[in-house]
Design a protein around this ligand. Structure first.
Ligand code: FAD
Ligand code: PYC
Length: 414
């Protein structure tokens, strides 16, 4: 497993600030672009990057109401895996995971991809059946996973209490080349590459309206004035419903807060990622030594972008049972993001009822891992009108009943 010292991380942060002046001082928008992407999260920036790199479309602006990666991209717990059940999901998540393997080299920016392995614990008979089924499906899809027993779980993660009082560990779905990456470095790396291709990344600028003529997009109204475009990509995660309304259509999406917290840093105790979905908690150790802990999504729609206390209590209680060693750790920071959820817990990468407008959303609690694959597919869709990776994720599926049910693989209760 690759580890990074605090010095290496600090050096990356310093490089980021030094190398970033151009993008950070948002450029003055041009009057017109071929493509505008709304949202400088990972998915929006990756879309812009692959538009330039794979399709030669470089007259592109990415418009962001806050700062680069300041939405869910910079707030997530960085788990990357592709152990999904349904074929279209496995295809796009595995494409993303494989692109992550070499993304640091491709962007010449260290995104700290660490394929340390992810295990999803089976703590009921039902979960054993479910994860065995996923392992078989993954074998057919070309995704390398395996179902392992409790002894192997303990060997890979000695701090787990496999004989927990409520739910003993009965096994796990293990993906050895899954892992983590530094989340904001993913946004920074893509953004720098976009900027190097001559694209404009316009921060602190909210898109407040979408102009259309004869059923076709003509541009966007922003807090810095009108900006024209021929094609528009809406990639705003928790605000997808709001932006769709501004563009004149509706999306089958709900927004809720999802939260996470980290502990004080400690010496290395855990070099894999563990997700315990029955008791509901997941944990990994960051390169700085903090235990990174994720909780569940709020049970009601909201845009609060912060945690709610009952979830922390529930999550920490579950994790103390699973990892008794953390019982006396102090927690340092606690935050939330706004995630966008579809009924089948699968994303939307699609044309919309407005000619020239495309939407990428609905990644819910699990879109960080998808960023490179999603950007690849969205760029292809916007450039060519169709992408094999995106076809199944079109908006039509809700009208036609072609759901891609991933409620279990989502990994987080919601
Ligand atoms: P975002 O990063 O949210 O970017 C959207 C951007 O659009 C924002 O920056 C926002 O400011 C901007 N925007 C919105 N409206 C406008 C407007 N009108 N004008 C201009 N800009 C606008 N996924 C995983 O795969 N693994 C995990 O371990 C994981 N853990 C998570 C833990 C938490 C606590 C949370 C909140 C999420 C987690 N996720 C995880 C999910 C993942 O973070 C998201 O699916 C992913 O980051 C979405 O990326 P994005 O680029 O679509 O959205
Ligand atoms: O999708 O793997 C995931 C995940 C973990 C935590 C939140 N989402």
């Amino acid at each position: 497993m690759r580890r990074y010292s605090a010095f290496a991380i600090a050096r990356e942060a310093a490089r980021h600030h030094l190398g970033w002046e151009r993008a950070w001082r948002s450029p003055t928008p041009k009057a017109r672009y071929d493509v505008i992407i709304v949202g400088a999260g990972g998915h929006g920036l990756a879309t812009a990057y692959y538009l330039g790199k794979n399709h030669g479309i470089r007259n592109v602006a990415v418009i962001e109401k806050g700062w680069l990666g300041g939405g869910n991209t910079g707030r997530n717990t960085t788990i990357i895996r592709s152990n999904y059940l349904q074929d279209p999901s496995a295809a796009i998540y595995e494409k993303a995971r494989s692109l992550y393997e070499t993304l640091s080299q491709e962007l010449n920016y260290n995104i700290m991809f660490s394929p340390r392995g992810v295990m999803m614990l089976a703590q009921t008979e039902h979960e054993i059946r479910g994860y065995r089924r996923t392992a078989h499906a993954n074998a057919l899809q070309g995704v390398t996973t395996e179902f392992i027993g409790p002894a192997k779980v303990k060997e890979l993660c000695p701090i787990i209490n496999v004989k927990g009082p409520r739910y003993p560990v009965l096994g796990a779905l293990w993906q050895a080349r899954a892992g983590t990456a530094r989340h904001d470095a993913v946004a920074w790396g893509y953004a720098r590459a976009c900027s190097d291709m001559g694209m404009d990344i316009i921060q602190q600028t909210e898109v407040t309206g979408v102009r259309r003529e004869g059923g076709k997009v003509t541009g966007v109204d922003t807090t810095k004035g009108f900006i024209g475009c021929s094609r528009l990509g809406i990639v705003v995660a928790g605000h997808s419903g709001v932006m769709a309304e501004r563009a004149g259509f509706r999306l089958p999406i709900e927004s809720v807060a999802l939260q996470a917290l980290v502990s004080e840093p400690i010496k290395p105790v855990m070099d894999v990622v563990v997700m315990a979905n029955t008791v509901h908690g997941y944990m990994s150790q960051s390169d700085k030594g903090e235990m990174v802990i994720g909780g569940g999504a709020d049970g009601y729609n909201n845009y609060t972008q912060r945690g709610s206390f009952h979830h922390v209590e529930e999550t920490v209680r579950a994790l103390v049972e699973t990892f008794p060693i953390i019982s006396r750790l102090k927690m340092l920071r606690w935050w939330g993001g706004i995630v966008d959820m579809t009924g089948d817990r699968s994303p939307i990468i699609s044309k919309t009822p407005v000619d020239g407008i495309f939407v990428n959303c609905g990644w819910g609690t699990g879109g960080f891992k998808a960023i490179p694959g999603s950007g690849w597919a969205m760029a292809e869709l916007m450039a060519k009108g169709h992408s094999p990776l995106a076809d199944d994720f079109s908006l039509d599926r809700f009208r036609e009943g072609r759901f891609i049910d991933e409620s279990v693989a989502a990994g987080v209760a919601h």
